[in-house]
Design a binder for this molecule. Structure first.
Ligand code: GDP
Ligand code: IMO
Ligand code: MG
Length: 427
């Protein structure tokens, strides 16, 4: 049976959590393959609202096995508090599996993330301050700590000491901070080891066996395409690969197993943190999108920057991910505008450009070229089929589909599980 990838097609916060949760009831495994607790995925089930950061959204579906793949970075203290928070609310988390190869976000990496941002001043990325970048940097530098290291005290001690040798120089000599004691870090990490042991597994083997047994595996991306370290708006990106290829490297499942790649696409655009954003609005329309869409960060509580839909971005996401489908979310938020501008191309230094420019300088100069689409005023939150939507809402969806390069197979008309119009089945 197939493996599906579900990922953000813009700058994150497209509604991935809701989309994953919706499919969670019909899939056997939901796998996070990159990122860490920088993610904030909101899932609304009945009158209950859950904010998940590290755990796959499939954890809310009782028959589904949630998996944290090798490509994820794990902060053990966050993991344990998220698990106990869910347990207190009656959610069974016992099926969770964590790759022994996943890297640990150590306390010193959280410190380095924060002091680096402070040091950058005006040039800061606006990270979530969760230690994500420094942990991936350690992984690539081959001085990272992996989940499996928690079970070998001598190896753990050697690795923490080696990592801190350099970091303490940096902290004390460059950033004017106090040095971090290796033995304290080791003690803290060992304190988590037994609490996590029961979840640790060879997740690559488990997932490949599951696929051989015709089980359905869903890969849930964190962040989004334009935050990808390779394909995003570098350096204003996260330090992992949310794009489709990341699902393979971050889980140990080969690309031949993946049959569907679903891009989650908001009916307008948002971004958190610094970096270019051509359709960003600084007027009352931007304020209205933020208010009506509830666009406030789930992880950091920061207001999200808001703007109109950008078809250049959507086309780019189709290209770099090989998208087979889109799940268009938050269409209901656009109810009430007489006309809705949609960015169809950019103007860059007097030229019209249809595709995302590969030069960072050009992208910083990009000005949106808008086409105006007629709006609608009817409440659409109870629509169950495409035909239930007002004609202008249907035309808006069709126009986006045409511009974006892949079929829109589902439409979100509200935050709840049942506030979704399914057009083509994902399974
Ligand atoms: P994620 O990071 O991609 O999982 O998205 P977030 O959870 O950070 O942000 C998406 C927000 O939109 C959450 O508050 C969701 O509950 C909400 N949401 C998701 N889909 C819809 C939708 O179709 N309509 C509305 N009004 N809200 C939605
Ligand atoms: P979800 O999964 C939106 C942004 C941060 C910052 C940049 C780098 O909820 O869509 P990091 O802490 O990752 O090093 O920060 O990436 N960012 C997100 N923006 N949604 C997210 O996750 C994000 N995760 C990171 O704001 O600009
Ligand atoms: Mg989010």
């Amino acid at each position: 049976m197939p493996a599906l990838v579900l990922l953000g097609a813009q700058w994150g916060d497209e509604g991935k959590g809701k989309a994953t949760d919706l499919l969670g009831g019909s899939v056997d495994y939901v796998v996070r393959y990159q990122g860490g607790n920088n993610a904030g995925h909101t899932v609304v089930v009945g009158d209950q609202k859950y904010a998940l950061h590290l755990l796959p959204s499939g954890i809310l579906s009782p028959d589904c096995t949630p998996v944290i793949g090798n490509g994820v970075v794990v902060d053990p203290s966050v993991l344990l508090s998220e698990l106990s928070g869910l347990n207190e609310r009656g959610v069974d988390t016992s099926k969770l599996l964590i790759s022994g190869n996943a890297h640990i976000i150590t306390p010193y990496n959280v410190t380095v993330d924060k002091v680096t941002e402070r040091f950058l001043g005006k040039r800061k990325i606006g990270t979530t301050g969760r230690g994500i970048g420094p942990t991936y940097a350690d992984k690539i530098n081959r001085v990272g700590i992996r989940v499996q290291d928690l079970y070998d005290e001598s190896i753990l001690t050697q690795k923490v000491e080696a990592a801190l040798d350099v970091k303490n120089q940096l902290l004390t000599k460059l950033y004017n901070r106090r040095a971090i004691a290796a033995d304290q870090v080791v003690e803290e990490l060992l304190g988590y080891a037994e609490q996590i042991r029961g979840y640790v597994a060879d997740t690559t083997l488990v997932l490949n066996n599951a696929l051989d047994d015709d089980k359905v595996v869903l890969f849930e991306g964190g962040q989004g395409t334009l935050l990808d370290i390779d394909h995003g708006t570098y350096p204003f990106v996260t330090s992992s690969n949310p794009t489709a290829g990341g699902a393979c490297t971050g889980s140990g499942v080969g690309p031949t197993k993946i049959s569907r790649v679903i891009g989650i696409l908001k009916a307008y655009t948002t971004r958190v943190g610094a970096g270019p954003f051509p359709t960003e609005l600084f007027d009352e329309d931007g304020e209205a999108l933020r208010r009506i869409g509830g666009e406030r960060g789930v992880t950091t509580g920061r207001d999200r920057r808001c703007g109109w839909f950008d078809a250049v971005i959507a086309r780019y996401a189709t290209r770099v991910n090989g998208l087979t489908d889109f799940f268009l979310t938050k269409l209901d938020v656009l109810t009430g505008w007489e006309q809705i501008p949609v960015c169809v191309a950019y103007e860059i230094d007097g030229r019209r450009v249809e595709e995302l420019p590969y030069s960072q300088t050009d992208f910083h100069h990009a000005k949106p070229v808008y086409e105006m689409l007629p709006g609608w005023s009817e409440d659409i939150s109870r629509a169950k089929t495409f035909e239930d939507l007002p004609k202008n809402a249907q035309a808006y969806v069709k126009a986006l589909e045409e511009m974006s390069g892949a079929p829109i197979s589902a439409i979100g008309v509200g935050p709840g599980r049942d506030e979704t119009i399914e057009i083509n089945s994902f399974l």
